[in-house]
Design a protein around this ligand. Structure first.
Ligand code: 5AD
Ligand code: SF4
Length: 461
């Protein structure tokens, strides 16, 4: 790297694939690199460092990484001809799962760093510059990572905050327990410090993240009057709700097995907890749920939903679904449709089963043909889409508090979020960015609600 380039500062381009936890990790990587002089750029072409923060959950997601690496190889070669260096790092779950394979298959990669080791990035980059060999860092150092991630700078009024990582559930289709490791909770104190720092930067809404966010457990903070014993997510949310300036708290993704009464009560009672719950069920047939090792039946899930709705009647429910898991018959699939009919989702994510190497599902008999999976997915998505449209239409005429997050595409327009996590388009002055204001919903488009600002007096009437 030339002197001139170092003086101007260095640049990093980060491409993020997959879930919100990766979005959070990418932000943290950018934060770790800032003191080293790296500024974030939005294209790889002139970057000194390119990080692909990858996802391994389905085959397609993992394959995208190798095609992106093919494109980067050409850019890196062109830069080298000009005497410039570009370091390529692969981070995230593909790095964890396929580290040695990446190094063998993609020689232009300089550094492979797993999701529980990226806090070592500054040291790893120094080593990469010194050793000029392939560096593989995939140790599970999650507690050490949490210790290193105390505060950060953010932009905008809504932010993610990771409070838990990993998974001990071992659903038979899923790679997460292998790529992210065992369930680990971040301490109440560390979470509180980060939440306070976010609030002091003007953040109004935090979304607490974890692969099994409601498996979070922690000890009550020392010296907190009235706080005793072991806390679950409900207690943590009530605690964070006391932070001045924070107006909204969300959490995702929850597992039905960890949906305890304390959390359900908090959803009913704590006004800052938003009425939106992502609670994946995956399938509606008990035979398939058992084969998936989900640890719940369709009935226990539906009973749980009834309890949650009793506590918070307006809650918007969201879920994940997999069609074509090994052994899924037409009758099993019909049971999924029946469950969806019964629950009525506000939004949902649905996928074709993807055979992931090393997971028990990959070796199961009765793999479902691709054509059959396509048909089932299309039917399920039609039903889920109709439910989403119904839920959105039901908001017309209501006045909802909207947190304005960013400018819209048209001049004079802002885009915000309703309590139910819907995008809302409103004509409003830029000065309202970052604030929460009442909006009368007047229309729905396929992906958003449209509304008008309501004056406070009118909203209260
Ligand atoms: N195939 C398809 N979908 C999967 N998911 C996880 N593993 C697989 C797989 N092998 C889905 C689940 C999970 C979401 C994050 O991704 O629905 O909840
Ligand atoms: Fe994967 Fe199941 Fe763990 Fe969710 S609960 S991360 S689907 S193994």
């Amino acid at each position: 790297m030339t002197q001139a380039r170092q003086k101007q500062g260095k640049s990093v381009f980060i491409r993020t694939y997959g879930c919100q936890m990766n979005v959070y990790d990418s932000e943290r990587m950018a934060g770790l690199l800032k003191p080293l002089g790296y500024g974030v750029v939005d294209a790889p072409d002139a970057a000194d460092l390119v990080i692909l923060n990858t996802c391994h959950i389905r085959e397609k997601a993992a394959e995208k990484v190798y095609s992106e690496l093919g494109r980067l190889k050409k850019i890196k070669a062109a830069r080298a001809r000009d005497g410039e260096e570009m370091v390529i790092a692969v981070a995230g779950c593909v790095a964890q799962a396929e580290g040695p394979e990446i190094i063998a298959r993609a020689p232009m990669v300089d550094l492979v760093v797993g999701p529980q080791a990226y806090h070592q990035l500054p040291e790893l980059l120094a080593r990469a510059a010194r050793e000029r060999g392939d560096i593989l860092a995939t140790d599970f150092a999650v507690e050490e990572k949490f210790d290193r991630l105390a505060e950060r700078e953010v932009d905008g009024p809504a932010a993610y905050l990771t409070i838990q990582e990993g998974c001990d559930k071992f659903c038979t289709f899923c790679v997460v327990p292998y790529t992210r490791g065992a369930e680990v909770s971040r301490s109440v104190d560390a979470v509180t410090v980060e939440a306070r720092s976010l609030a002091s930067q003007g953040v109004k809404e935090i979304t607490l993240l974890g692969q099994n966010v409601n498996a979070w457990r922690g000890g009550a903070p020392a010296g907190d009057v009235g706080a005793t014993g072991s806390w679950g997510l409900g207690e943590l949310c009530r605690h964070l709700a006391k932070i001045d300036g924070l107006e909204r708290i969300r959490f995702m993704t929850s597992h039905p097995r960890d949906m305890d009464d304390g959390l359900i009560a908090a959803l009913g009672e704590e006004e800052k907890l938003m009425p939106y719950l992502h609670l994946p069920v995956q399938a509606g047939s008990d035979k398939i749920l058992k084969a998936m090792n989900r640890g719940h039946s369709a009935k226990t899930y539906i009973d749980q939903i009834a309890k949650i709705r009793a506590a918070r009647p307006d809650i918007a429910l969201s879920g994940d679904f997999i069609v074509g898991f090994p052994g899924e018959t037409n009758a099993d699939f019909e049971a999924t449709l029946a469950l969806v009919e019964e629950v009525q989702y506000a939004s949902a994510y649905s996928f074709k089963y993807s055979r992931r190497p090393g997971t028990p599902g990959a070796a199961m008999p009765g793999q479902v043909a691709e054509g059959e999976k396509n048909q089932r997915l299309a039917r399920l998505q039609t039903l889920l889409e109709a439910q989403r449209a119904d839920f959105n239409r039901a908001q017309i005429g209501k006045i909802l508090p909207v947190l304005f997050e960013k400018p819209g595409r048209h001049p004079g327009q802002l885009i915000g979020r309703s309590p139910y996590l819907q995008s809302v388009h409103v004509d409003a002055p830029q000065s309202m960015l970052g604030s929460i204001a009442p909006v009368r919903i007047e229309d729905v488009t396929p992906n958003a609600l449209a509304g008008v600002l309501v004056r406070k007096a009118e909203a209260a009437a």
